[in-house]
Design a binder for this molecule. Sequence first.
Ligand SMILES: C[S@@+](CC[C@H](N)C(=O)[O-])C[C@H]1O[C@@H](n2cnc3c(N)ncnc32)[C@H](O)[C@@H]1O
Length: 332
Amino acid sequence: MTTTALPQITEQVETPVASAVRVGLCAYKKRLPPWLFYDSDGSRLFDEITQVSEYYLTRIEREIFTAHAADLIAQAGQAGQSDSLVRLRITELGAGSADKTRLLLKAAVERQQTVLYEPVDVSASALESARERIEREIPGVEVVPRVMDYTRGLDLEPLVEGESRMVLYIGSSIGNFEPHEAAGILEIIRAGLEPGDTLLLGVDLRKDEATLLAAYDDAEGVTARFNLNVLARLNRELAADFDLESFAHCAVWNSDKSRIEMHLESLTDQRVKLPALDLEVEFAAGERIHTENSYKYAPGQAEGMLSAAGFKPEITWTDPRGWFAVCLGRAE
Ligand SMILES: C[S@@+](CC[C@H](N)C(=O)[O-])C[C@H]1O[C@@H](n2cnc3c(N)ncnc32)[C@H](O)[C@@H]1O
C-alpha cells in the first residue's frame, strides 16, 4: 500500500484591518472604509475636529441637546401607546468620546436618578476615556462599554422588567453610509429592539456648498491630519511605507449624490509596500483613495428612512437655520 501526503493547508485569517485594506487598495477605484480612521490617534483627532469653528455639526447638535435634552428624554420615556413612564436604558452606536451625550445622560439622571449607559464603538481608547469622564462627572450613570462593529449586527444585553431602550445614533454617523447601507443599519438597529423602544437619529442637512466644504477642509488643517492618519495607521499596523508628504487631503462636494467626499490624492507616481499583506500598490500622480462620504439630507428624509426601517417618527428637533436635525423614532 502506498501513502500519499496531503498538501499542507495553512490557515490564513486576516484581521479586519488587513482584509479591509487589501480589498480597498486592490479595487479599481481605491478606497478605505471610514471606520479605519478611528485608532487612538484618529479618535483624538476627531475630537479636535469637533472644536474647529468650521465644523458646525457637533456645535449645532450640542445646541439642540442643550435646548431640548429634558423634552427629548421625556418623550423617549413614554411607553408606546400608554402614558405610563418607563426607565430608559441608553445605548449609543459610535459613541466616541460621548461629549454631547453627557447632556442627555444628565437629563436622564434628573428624570430617573440612575441610568445604565451602553456606548458601542470600534475605538477602545475612546470608550475608555468616555467611561472615565462620565462616571466621574455624572454620578448616577453606570457605563458599560462595548468594543464592537455595529454594522455586523447588534447583540444587545436584554432589558429588565420596566425598562425601555433608547438607542442614540447621533453625530451624523449614518451619513457615512451609502443609502442602501444606511437603510440596512437602521434595520439592524430595529431588529435589536422591542416595540416601544426608541431611536434618536442625528443627521446633517443639505446647505450651501461653501459651508459644507469648509467643515471638511478647515483652515488649521485638522481634518487633513485626521484623513492622513489613516495612512499613518497602515504604516504602524501593517508595516506599510506610505510617505505622508506625498499624499494630500482633498474634500469634494458631490451635488448629484448630496454628499461630501474625502479623498487622499497621490502627488506623484509612486509604489507603496505593505509587507504585512505581502502587497505592493502603485499610485499614479493625481490618483485618489476615497476615504469617507458624508451624506447631507433633505428635510423630512431622515423621518422617511426611520419609517422604512419600522420606526414611527415622533418628533424632530432642529436649529433655527435648519442645518441639523435630531429625529426620534419609536419601534413599531
Ligand atoms: C464621526 S464619530 C462620531 C462620534 C460621536 N457619536 C459624536 O457624535 O461626536 C464616529 C464614531 O463612530 C465610531 N465608529 C465608526 N464606525 C463604526 C462601526 N462600524 N462600529 C462601531 N463604531 C464605529 C468611530 O470610532 C467614532 O468614534
